[in-house]
Every structure is written in structure tokens, then in C-alpha cells.
Design a protein around this ligand. Structure first.
Ligand code: C2E
Ligand code: CA
Ligand code: CA
Length: 252
């Protein structure tokens, strides 16, 4: 059984202390292999035990509500890093995970626009990844908020597509610009499921991203399916902002 390692109270404190912070995993152009974007993934830099993965705190944070603060902080910090990258003449798009609770809490549109403006980052560089799209589709007003963000130029991605909870009917309710094929489809070699997702994305004119690409075979499959971008251990695991900077073209 999964054990809740940390309590909601401990997570709330960690967020306040600034211990929860983004790592970045590169997304590469499927044809050239060049880094074109990065997904911000949270890490808890715990003073006693070191770097903690989301599995140790995100489930508790989602049920307890502190995920809202985590998402807010991840957005603010990611925009700051994006400004840093553009100062180095590296045009890198970035995506930030947004939970259903964050959308339900309200103010997402204003918050996103403010974070971008403060840092002088173009809305077109940011994509919001919807981590719990099924729960999100039940949040009042969510489609309007997402449509407004898209109208501003921000991307909206349906994460974990094909994982079971995200399906075609969902795409009718949630405005999106991108679809991320869940890594289980590539890992368990479910070419039919992956092809379904790809067909849908192409029909709807959505950008298609393959995640969890960890072998050359999976990369080849993603190419055959017409994915635009790929992300996974084959290219890089999520790394600290400092290490990510070293991977960018202008710093090579
Ligand atoms: P996700 O959004 O689907 O993120 C992708 C996860 O797959 C990451 O796990 C990443 O490290 C992992 N991954 C990347 N490439 C590969 C690969 O080639 N093979 C395998 N097996 N795994 C790969 P991570 O960082 O542990 O994050 C887990 C989940 O926690 C995320 O899944 C996301 O749902 C959630 N999460 C992380 N940060 C945040 C956040 O700031 N806000 C919210 N709401 N959720 C977050
Ligand atoms: Ca994600
Ligand atoms: Ca995912």
C-alpha cells in the first residue's frame, strides 16, 4: 500500500519555505532532436533527506489542497527561469502542470498573465498542462478560463492522454492546443492506443507530444505516429535549472 510519507501541514510549510521548486525536462523536436521546450516538474528540496519526487507529496497535496500553492509557485518560478533563458538568446517554450484544484480555486487567467508580464515572457512560450483532466472537466467555468488563455496565446495541453481517464469525449469539453500521449501507451507497446490518440490530435489540429520516450524504438514509433515533439529519459531526465541551462544551445 502507498504510504503517505508527509502530512499536508508539512507540505504547506515546505511551500512557504520555498523548498518546492521546478526541475526541467527537455522536449525535443521529433525530427531534429533539438531542445525546443521544457516541462517544469516540481521537486521538494528537503533539507534533511534531499531531492524528493512528486510521488512523495503530490497525492497528499492534491487531496489536501496545498497543490494549489504548489502550482502557483511553479508557475511564478518557471516564468522567471523562462526570462533567464530568453536573456541568453535561447527561445525555449515551457509547460507547467496545473491541477483541477488550481483551476477551481479561480484567478488562473489573471495569475498566468501577470507572471508572464512581470517577466516579459511571451504568452506563446507557455503551455498549461492539465494533469487531472477528468476532474477538471467537472470544474465550473473551466472551459471558459482555458479558452480565454488560448485566446491570449497560451497553450493548453491534455496530459496523460490515453491513461484511462482522458478520452475523446473529454476533448469536446476541454479547449486544448496540445495532446500528450501517456507514456503507458508507448511503454506497454500499445500501438493501437497510441495511433488512436495520434489520429485524434491530427484531426483536431493539436500539437502531439510523446512522453516517457526512453528507447530508440519508442522514438521511432512516435515519429511514425506523427508526433511533433518527444520527451523522456532517452533525451534527458528532469534536471535542475542550473543543469538545464547548460543544455541550451547558446550555452553549449
Ligand atoms: P507528468 O506530468 O505526467 O510528468 C511526467 C513524469 O514522467 C515525470 O515524473 C517524469 O520524471 C517522468 N518521466 C519522464 N520521462 C520518463 C521516461 O522516459 N520514463 C519514465 N518511466 N518516466 C519518465 P515526476 O517528475 O515524478 O512527476 C510525476 C507527476 O507528478 C507528474 O506527471 C505530474 O502529474 C505531477 N506533478 C509534478 N509536478 C507537478 C506540479 O508542479 N503541479 C502538479 N499539479 N502536478 C505535478
Ligand atoms: Ca505533465
Ligand atoms: Ca504526463
Amino acid at each position: 500500500l502507498p504510504v503517505a510519507l508527509y502530512t499536508e501541514d508539512e507540505i504547506v510549510l515546505a511551500v512557504r519555505r520555498g523548498e518546492i521548486t521546478p526541475y526541467f525536462q527537455p522536449q525535443v523536436d521529433i525530427d531534429t532532436g533539438e531542445i525546443v521546450a521544457a516541462e517544469a516538474l516540481s521537486r521538494w528540496l528537503h533539507p534533511d533527506v534531499g531531492v524528493l519526487l512528486p510521488a512523495a507529496y503530490v497525492p497528499t497535496a492534491e487531496s489536501g489542497g496545498s497543490i494549489v500553492d504548489i502550482d502557483r509557485r511553479m508557475l511564478a518560478l518557471s516564468c522567471r527561469y523562462a526570462r533567464e533563458w530568453s536573456r541568453r538568446d535561447a527561445t525555449i517554450e515551457f509547460s507547467v502542470n496545473v491541477s483541477a484544484s488550481r483551476v477551481a480555486a479561480g484567478g488562473l487567467e489573471a495569475d498566468v498573465l501577470a507572471c508572464l508580464a512581470i517577466n516579459g515572457v511571451a504568452p506563446e512560450l507557455l503551455t498549461i498542462e492539465l494533469t487531472e483532466s477528468q476532474a477538471l472537466s467537472e470544474v465550473d467555468g473551466a472551459p471558459d478560463v482555458l479558452a480565454a488563455l488560448i485566446a491570449h496565446g497560451v497553450g493548453v495541453s491534455v496530459d496523460d492522454y490515453g491513461a484511462g481517464h482522458a478520452d475523446e469525449a473529454l476533448l469536446d469539453r476541454i479547449p486544448a492546443t496540445e495532446l500528450k500521449i501517456d507514456r503507458s501507451l508507448l511503454e506497454h507497446d500499445d500501438p493501437a492506443g497510441a495511433a488512436d490518440a495520434a489520429r485524434l490530435a491530427h484531426e483536431r489540429g493539436l500539437r502531439l507530444v510523446a512522453e516517457g520516450v526512453s528507447t530508440h524504438e519508442q522514438w521511432a514509433l512516435a515519429r511514425r505516429l506523427g508526433c511533433h515533439r518527444a520527451q523522456g529519459f532517452l533525451f534527458s531526465e528532469p534536471v535542475s535549472p542550473r543543469d538545464f541551462l547548460k543544455m541550451l544551445p547558446s550555452s553549449r
